[in-house]
Write a protein that binds this ligand. Sequence first.
Ligand code: NOJ
Length: 984
Amino acid sequence: MARSSRRSPTWPLSLLSIVLLLFFVSPAVMVKHHDFKRCDQSGFCKRNRALADNVLERGSPESSPYQVDSASIKYKDGQLDASIVKNIGGGNQVKLPLTITFLDRGNVRVTIDEDKRRKGQIELRHGSVARKERYNEVGAWALTGAGLQAQKAAYMKRKEYTEVTWGPEGQYKAVIQHSPFGVEFWTGEEKQVVFNGRGFLNVEHWRSKVDKPQRDENSTEPEPPEPVEDESTWWEESFGGNTDSKPKGPESVALDISFTGYGHVFGLAEHAGPLSLKETRGGEGNYDQPYRMYNSDIFEYELDSPMTLYGSIPFMQAHKKDSTVGVFWLNAAETWVDITKSKHDTNPLTLGLTGGIVDTHTHWISESGLLDVFVMLGPNPKELSKSYGKLTGYTAMPATFAIAYHQCRWNYVSDEDVKDVDRKFDKFNIPYDVIWLDIEYTNDKQYFTWDPLNFPDPISMEKQLEETDRKLVVIIDPHIKNKEGYHVVDELKSKNLAVKNKDNNIFEGWCWPGSSHWIDAFNPAARAWWKSLFSYDRFKGTQSNVWLWNDMNEPSVFNGPEITMPRDNIHHGNWEHRDVHNLNGMTFHNATYHALLERKKGETPRRPFVLTRSFYAGSQRSAAMWTGDNQANWEHLAASIPMILNQGVSGFPFAGADVGGFFGNPSKELQTRWYQAGAFYPFMRGHAHIDTRRREPYMLGEPYTSIMTKALRLRYSLLPAWYTAFHEASTEGYPIVRSQYFVHPGDEKGFAVDDQMYLGSTGLLVKPVTNEGGESVDVYVADEENYYDYFDFTIYSGKPQRTHTISTPLDKLPLLMQGGHIFPRKDRPRKSSGLMKWDPYTLVIVLDKKGEKAEGTLYADDGETFDYQLGAYIHRKFLFADGKLISTDIGTKGSKTINYLKTMKDVRVEKIIVVNAPAAWSSAGEVAVTEDGVKGTRNVEMIYHAATAGKAARAVVRDPATAIGVDWTISFPEASQSGVKTEL
Ligand code: NOJ
């Protein structure tokens, strides 16, 4: 599977002209559908959809063969254990242990196992060495351990059902129906989530294959009857020329989960589609395939599609007006999710004219593993994100450089090339922090080595970058070139740390280096070895400003089934690859993260930067992600916004898309618009395919270079606001860029809006232009607050559910400030974020509609070490009320607080801009500043810019010089004061 340029064969001229014609009339690139399964090509998906269809056809959810053996129910200290019995006909039953644990924050965990497999009482076919249990270690990877403690609950068992109530006010209730098994989850009087209400629960139990007796060709006996069930996909499955040996036979788990009264569901990263997930069972505007989660290297992926992509997070938020609930399906095997919606009217007299209530029904189907699912009873998007973050971990606080601008392409061809690009950025006064090296820097695709011809002196390149506090990121993939004498592969083999094939021999497949083996990062010994490879003396040519990019970790295997590993491959602990597939990428980037922490003994640990393409729930603890190989076209630019918003909903918000588009050459207009949009991606990196033209911002010429530079400068000046938003993500689990429904959970009209984003809690609302020649955009505003243009202070008056049209010449980025907020900036243009470290702050106070109130926060620390965990940080709340702006400390002290504050004592606020400043201030020219630790009060000049037609008034306080890390109060003047300084 060659991804880069391939030599074309010689074609007859006529054929060539047809192909060329097709090239111009059809889209240049298209996903290869035939490489990837549809549901009906995946045995277990097809079987479970058929089961659902059958039940629906018969209209008999109550025929579900699963019953709780009520005698088996035991309840103790917030945990219920019981046996579910599956009736399999002929009086036979399968025992399925059930555990329900009642947790804090309105969460509950339901786990269903299979008794026989738990006890290892099954036989594997083909002499497989695979484990017999259902995979039960996803939690060990995805969960942090927090939030799993069972809570006090009240338990009541009846003949037909068991009821458990829990929560601080006893507001949560689970009603477990015994026959058929099903659970309803309630908050107060409201039924929220229902399990198996539609009767799709399915745990495919282990059974031994009964082979048809060999028949004598001449036999006159009648043929034995065919088995009642269609076994054609039970025992082995072929796709695209590969056969899966399936040593355990069919073993899927599936469940229907309905959200009562919820019309929107979000989450299930990663898919290229709208934020509000679509229905998947056909019908106009719907998909006909379930959302698929099977981490894959999808070459030239398509948009508006439920096809799987590189990463998976099986977490879903269901939202309705003022209420949010969630489901987290803890399974790492291939998973499909069908979504349908049904409408019902609560009032029969309205004849359905009022629109009625929408329920969303979901059907989760996994190939193997336990049925292990969390229900989270919200009650709002913020609380839900927090709950999910508590379970799976919050975003790691990144180093400052990581949220600045990254410059990448496949490839910068030599160390001289890198130095030259670095110099050119400076020459054109364009800020950037990180330059990247793709696979070509290596010697023959052998990671941890350098191409001796083109990169003879990597250290001198890194030293040049260091002069401006810049960094280098190099790529290292999980496939290790299978070449004798290459030290990494020799060690991998001799230490027996690679993934095995179904026969338990080292697995061999193809990737960039040709024949390769894969590190098995599930193995602790492999991870320990991986660490050793990154030490500066082993990975020669690297120093402390070098960080990492992990790509192809789905894993991508060019000659494997669906471009990945065979499912019957074997990992550490003898788990089959099918059980752990979606975790694979995360184990690898985690290993790299930990390796980077320990590159040198005695070195102060710094926050590692790792970019990953593949991910799972929990990846946010150690990496950033990007949306893989997008295309340089307007549709992909537009698609990046809901995809990035969805990463926030799915708890992995440190996300970006290749700015400019990976495949193809963007027009100058497209690239410029992409930089404007990219300035609002949490992770901002320009990247391009090896066959594309150079496109560093300075290459485009005017006016494009200047407009892109302006977008980058905007990103840099807002870095303190971004950093504060990252801090919220790392402590509360909130998205970094937030969607409309997240910020305005009561505004129904905005729930599906997914083309505009709020930056953290700053009130900054951006709506990038994503269409060619886009002369204007319509920004949707949910609330009554005024919004102000960031650049020229045009007022967009707050009327709920209004759309404002903003004209967008190429140099215009539609960015609004919502009234009532305060956000920090650093306005001095520098070459890199590192050089801004000691720069003074600007505070922008965007007063509310009445011109009376605003509030906001700032988080700052050293931007690189872990000292913030010992209190070395500044966390301030700024409140403007009653004519005073007050800065108060909202941090908690630790052993390193005092020292850190000392280092920050000269970092001051150099400017305060008050938007929508009261007219009464126009006749006063000063503010009064009092500062902790400074005697008396000092007066500081304020300049008033009166409101002009349609534009808000501003007041600018010039250099109040208050230290950023201490308490202070600035009193704004009374109207009667003199000393007018007005600029119109
Ligand atoms: C695939 C990645 O998605 C892309 O970003 C990278 O440039 C190529 N691999 C080459 O490493």
